[in-house]
Structures are given as C-alpha cells and as structure tokens.
Ligand binder design. Structure first.
Ligand SMILES: [Zn+2]
Length: 400
C-alpha cells in the first residue's frame, strides 16, 4: 500500500493534548500526518514532514479524526415517514412504532437487510463517520436477532444485541416469558456475533428488574453493557447502567441529580477516556429533533465532570439521520455545548463509549481514520449547519 502524507493541514484536531496544556482537542497548526499500513505513523510540523509514496494536499484546511457514531440501529427494513409526518402534525411519540419496523424486518430477505445497512453505512461515511456501532433489535425472534447481528458484523466489530428493544406483540401479555427467551436461546444465538448487549429500559419497554436480569445474562456471556436510559421520562436506567459498569448509557434526557452524580463518580482520566471505567453519557439529539422533544442538558453533565459522547441513534422511527455533523450542530445550538466540546464528544467521546483507544484520536499507532474539511477550522461544523463540509474521508488510511 505504501506510505501516504497528508500535508498542508491548517488546523489538526488530534484529541491528544500535550502535557500540561489545557486543550482537549490537542490542536496543532500547519501540521502534516504520515499514514503507513492503515495507521498514523507520524504527526508533526509540515516543514519537517518526511517523504512518502503519495501525498494529499489539505490546502490549509482543518483535519480531524473520523466521527465515531456509537449508537445506530441500521438493520431494518421499510421506513416510517408517515409516522413522522403525523408526529409533526401533533401526535405524541410513544415508541410503539418500533413494532411496525419489526414486522417489515422479519419479512425482509438477508440481502434486503444487508443492502440497507450498506446504504446507510456509506451515507454515514460520506458525512465523516469512520466507526459505527450497529444494533439488532428489529427481529425479536431467535433467528431474526441472530441474522441481524450476523449482517451487522459484516460492517463493524461493534455489534450490539438489542433483543430487549420492546416486547414483541406475540409476548405482549407475558413479558416474563420474553425476558426468559432473551436470556436463554436468543442470547445464545446472538452472542457469537455481538460485542455488546443493550436494553431499552423505559416505561412501556423493560423495567429495572427485567433490564438488570437481561444485562447480567449478557455480561455472563462475555458481552459489554450499554443501556437505552431516561429518554422519555425519569427512570432507573442510568443508575442501573452505572451499577453494572456499562460503557455507556444513552439518551439521558431526563436526569435527576443522583443520576448525574452517579455518572460523574465513574469519570476516568481525561487524557485516556477510552482506557478507563467511565460510564459515558451518550446524547442523541437527533431523537429529540425528530420527536420534537426537549433536549438533554449537556452543559449540566459536562459541568459535573461526566464524559459525554454524541451519536446519531440512526433508526427509521425516532431519528432517521446518519449525519454526525447535524447532531454536532444540534448539540451546540440546543444543548449548550461549545463547538470544541461537541467535536470531542463526536470523536473521542464516541470512542470512550465503545471503550476503544484506537479510534477517535490521531496519534502514532492509532487507526488512520480522518476527515479533511472544506473549512479552515473545526468551528465551522457547528457554525455552518447543513453544509456539506466533508471534503475527503480516509478510512484505515484509504481515501474514500
Ligand atoms: Zn437507540
């Protein structure tokens, strides 16, 4: 493959701060970056750049790590545009529409599901996403959950078993039996294809006892824990996640002081977030946008010292966007994050939520996943919302 030099970088976001400098983004000016064997091999001032087999001239633009979208539901069929239109005409969001997608997903062929995942993954990558987590959760039978994860694993190593998305209609009057199915044969079929287990812990989905039972079974099977928590109202999800050492609790829209304190108590070293034991608060503003709901208070979490990530929650019901720049702009405008905090949360924060230290950062040894912007600084991502600012994406060092 040979070496590749990205040269003439006006502003490089590394997320690798220098010792003693209060700069979480680890910004460098007039930089160059050398890629070898799919990894970052060298970073330094452009004037000291080593020779390379090929060269990309960034033209003075900003370069940052590729986005890490740590929460996406890409394995499904059909869409719910009519439900969105009805909601925008005043109907409330309840989560019940998930069952519509379950029906369409069960009826789809493997190739149809695979083509949809590929379409959305490619769409995300054109917008700068180089790492994406993909959940099951629209199959809700042993066979359909297992095939959803098999297909997801063709696209990412960060696959998440979400058999506990909702109780499917056929188990509506016997949820205990469904929890038994999830913990038993469904987990056994899903675990070989999954890295994570997740539960939708919410009124109308799974209560604290059911969620704890399911997550504990997943842990016993070797899976890491993530939780859909406190989205539609206050609830036990966040503290359950902290209790179980979850890598991430996601949504966090309705939090008590005790929830925020619990999250802050897990904080890991700021210079090595992915290596720690933090339970990350992953905020998904696309969901609040698409359900016309109040946004989570990112400022409150950040001021308390909680590690915050941003992700898309890409799914056909409550957040049908694959765009990390869109979510980043929402976080700045609606959730009182600074542009720098939002960029960090969409890159290093997502990596921490997946407990990965090889992505979301640009330093020697990290994966050469990076984005060249059509802009001189990362500030433009929030400053110029809705504008296609992603000029070029490198994934594993390969231009896309
Ligand atoms: Zn979700």
């Amino acid at each position: 493959m040979g070496s590749l030099l990205v040269d003439n970088i006006g502003e490089l976001v590394t997320n690798a701060p220098r010792d003693g400098v209060d700069d979480p983004l680890g910004l460098r000016r007039d930089a160059a970056l050398l890629v070898e064997d799919g990894e970052v091999a060298w970073i330094g001032p452009a004037r000291y750049a080593p020779a390379a087999d090929r060269r990309i001239d960034a033209g003075g633009a900003a370069v940052l790590p590729g986005f890490v979208d740590s929460h996406a539901h890409l394995v499904f069929a059909g869409d719910r545009a009519a439900e969105f239109a009805a909601r925008m005409a005043g109907e409330p969001y309840t989560g019940g529409g998930i069952r519509t997608t379950v029906g369409a997903t069960r009826a789809a062929s493997d190739d149809e599901l695979r083509a949809n995942v590929r379409r959305l993954r490619d769409e995300a990558m054109r917008q700068g996403t180089t790492t994406i987590e993909i959940k099951s959760g629209y199959g809700l039978t042993v066979a359909d959950e297992a095939r959803s994860l098999r297909i997801a694993a063709e696209f990412t190593g960060d696959t998440t078993f979400l058999g506990a998305h909702v109780v499917p209609a056929e188990y509506a009057d016997r949820p205990d039996d469904y929890v038994g199915l999830v913990c038993g044969p469904m987990l056994a079929a899903a675990a070989p294809h999954a890295r994570w287990i997740d539960v939708f812990c919410e009124r109308g989905a799974f209560d604290a006892d059911h969620a704890r039972a399911i997550l504990a079974c997943g842990q016993a099977a070797g899976l890491g824990v993530r939780v859909h928590a406190n989205q539609l109202g206050p609830g036990p999800g966040v503290r359950l996640g902290v209790e179980l050492g979850a890598a991430s609790v996601d949504h966090c829209t309705h939090l008590s002081d005790a929830d925020v304190d619990a999250l802050a108590s897990t904080r890991s070293a700021a210079d090595a977030p992915a290596a720690g034991t933090a339970t990350v608060a992953t905020l998904l503003p696309g969901a609040e946008f698409s359900t016309r709901s109040p946004y989570p208070d990112a400022r409150r979490l950040l001021d308390a010292g909680v590690t915050v990530a941003l992700a898309t929650d890409c799914n056909p019901g409550s957040s049908y966007t694959s765009s990390m720049p869109f979510c980043l702009a929402l976080a700045v405008r609606e959730m009182r994050m600074t542009p720098a905090e939002a960029v960090w949360a969409a890159t290093a924060g997502g990596a921490a939520a997946l407990r990965r230290d090889d992505v979301g950062v640009l330093r020697p040894g990290a994966r050469a996943d990076l984005v060249i912007l059509d802009a001189p600084t990362h500030l433009h991502l929030a400053y110029r919302p809705g504008v296609p600012l992603i000029r070029q994406v490198l994934h594993n060092g390969v231009p896309r």
